[in-house]
Design a protein around this ligand. Structure first.
Ligand SMILES: Cc1cc2nc3c(=O)[nH]c(=O)nc-3n(C[C@H](O)[C@H](O)[C@H](O)COP(=O)(O)OP(=O)(O)OC[C@H]3O[C@@H](n4cnc5c(N)ncnc54)[C@H](O)[C@@H]3O)c2cc1C
Length: 474
């Protein structure tokens, strides 16, 4: 029987998509890369996922797990002609345990829906990517995603206690557990952030965070990006770790205002959105420190959101920023890299200089408190050479950030986008160690091939250098 017939035998005709349009539609995420899937399947249970894995193995076809496809690094983009396993129908939330602040969650649950579901218990899921109204918990686990409020709370890995995963051979295992300090090797830690290269996550035990009793959001305007970046380091050096600390430059502010009319100051060179949360006395004191540091760093104005409605508008503006850019240009490339917070000022200056060198329009809106830059470059893909210029600028920005002690990606993952840049951070033995982990989980190279690890990662074999065949799992 053919691959498609075998999959239909497992799932029925309706949940196996194999026409050209489906292959094309599922051939992309929210980033700039495109592939084409062989077939797309929509499982509804762990047993079905296990059976899909067995079918794919029988037909020597690799698998790409997929959530909502909002990833920006090409993680869910097929490179060979793969089976795309879309997890969106596995979207049940069960066993909400308000006392222990946990819940079991299907990988297809949309991030924001989880927090809405647990709101009745005064709890939420802390990682809040700006894409949270669309992205899934499975994708958050795949990419170890962050978000504006991960500065104080940590990224997804800090909020996942256990993961049920389907491995090669269709074997189902659960790693981690409810205990705060589980014993044994931390396989949960390895799976979170593995971008679908080790197995398919079918269930997640998440940690829920209590909603803060009081929250205040400040909007600080600056006459230069450098002053705003200096205020970021100053606030944390003053002993305050805000719940969120987000920076938006003037071009981005204009793009958002043109669309949302949120009342942002478009005459400012940069704005800083700072949020503090907790008990009222602490929140008041921290807001006062932020006001003081922002002012002494050169802020031209500092205002406090007057009420919850105003606060929500500010966050809508921040979280809609990338969408707003769609009005300014046909295409954009959103980049993700980090520098130590103390080097934010110089990194920002150099990033803009790189944009100028390649004659690109660059905008910035980013998680400044984490030193997580998101230079966004607009372009028109129909213009020959324009994408190549953007890629060249992007690679130069990554190299600059890594040379300052930063890392390749703050949250979007490596995927297809940055796999060939891994050598900037990892030497051959370090890449080999990671490749051995991949091999232990996935000896046949079934899961999401050609992602994360560059060709040639598996270069040592007890001290011998062994060539890696083309098209292998790395
Ligand atoms: C406008 C916009 C704003 C964004 N803001 C942020 C942000 O603030 N912070 C941030 O971190 N990211 C952000 N992102 C990137 C993206 O939304 C996140 O990476 C998100 O977690 C991806 O989730 P998804 O469901 O769309 O996953 P997908 O894009 O479908 O997949 C992402 C990766 O996870 C793997 N995967 C998916 N499901 C599973 C599974 N069940 N088992 C194993 N592997 C799986 C895929 O193979 C792929 O490698 C943003 C994207 C957009 C478009």
């Amino acid at each position: 029987m053919s691959l498609v017939s075998d999959l239909i035998a497992v799932l029925g005709r309706d949940r196996v998509l194999d026409d050209r349009l489906d292959s094309w539609t599922y051939g992309k995420d929210a980033g700039v890369f495109r592939g084409e899937a062989d077939v797309v399947v929509l499982p509804e249970s762990t047993e079905e996922v296990a059976e899909i894995v067995r079918v794919a193995e029988r037909h020597s076809t690799s698998i790409v797990p997929r959530g909502a496809g909002t990833g920006l690094a090409g993680g869910a983009v097929p490179v060979d002609r793969n089976v795309i396993v879309s997890m969106i129908r596995m979207n049940e939330i069960t066993d909400v345990d308000p006392e222990n602040r946990t819940a079991w969650v299907g990988p297809g649950v949309v991030n924001l829906d989880l927090s809405r579901h647990t709101e009745v218990h005064g709890l939420h899921f802390a990682p809040d990517p700006s894409s949270q109204s669309a992205c899934t918990i499975g994708g958050n686990v795949g990419n170890n995603s962050g978000g504006p409020h991960c500065l104080a709370e940590g990224t997804t890995v800090n909020h996942v206690l256990a993961v049920e995963v389907v491995l090669a051979g269709g074997e189902v295992v659960t790693v981690g557990g409810g205990a705060p300090d589980p014993i044994g090797l931390d396989l949960r830690g390895i799976l979170v952030g593995s971008e679908g290269t080790l197995g398919i996550v079918t269930k997640v035990l998440v940690k829920l965070t209590p909603n803060a009793p009081d929250v205040r959001t400040l909007l600080c305007a600056f006459d230069s990006v450098e002053d705003a970046a200096r205020a970021v380091s100053g606030i944390i050096a003053a002993g305050v770790v805000p719940a969120a600390l987000e920076l938006m430059d003037q071009r981005m502010t204009e793009a958002v205002e043109n669309w949302l009319k949120a009342g942002l100051p478009t005459d400012a060179a940069a704005i800083l959105l700072a949020e503090v949360s907790g008990g009222t006395a602490a929140v008041k004191a921290e807001a006062a420190v932020i006001r003081e540091v922002a002012t002494s760093s050169g802020a031209s104005s500092v205002s406090l959101a007057a009420d919850e409605a105003e606060r929500q508008i500010l966050w809508k503006a921040r979280k809609s920023a990338f969408g707003a850019v769609a009005q300014t240009a046909p295409d954009y490339y959103l980049h993700d890299t980090t520098v130590p917070r103390t080097r934010l000022v110089e990194a920002m200056t150099e990033a803009y200089a790189i944009g100028d060198k390649y004659d690109l329009v660059m905008m910035n809106v980013f998680h400044a408190g984490d030193g997580n830059l998101h230079p966004l470059m607009t372009f028109d893909a129909s213009q020959p050479g324009s994408f190549e210029r953007v890629r060249a600028a992007a690679d130069e920005i990554v190299e600059m950030c890594v040379s300052k002690g930063g890392v390749l990606s703050g949250e979007h993952g490596i995927g297809k986008e940055k796999r060939d840049l891994m050598g900037l951070m990892f030497d051959a033995p370090a890449l080999d160690a990671q490749a051995r982990i991949k091999e232990a989980f996935d000896p046949g190279g079934l899961f999401n091939p050609h992602k994360i690890l560059p060709q040639g990662s598996r270069c040592f074999d007890f001290g011998r250098t062994v060539p890696v065949p083309d098209g292998a799992w790395i």
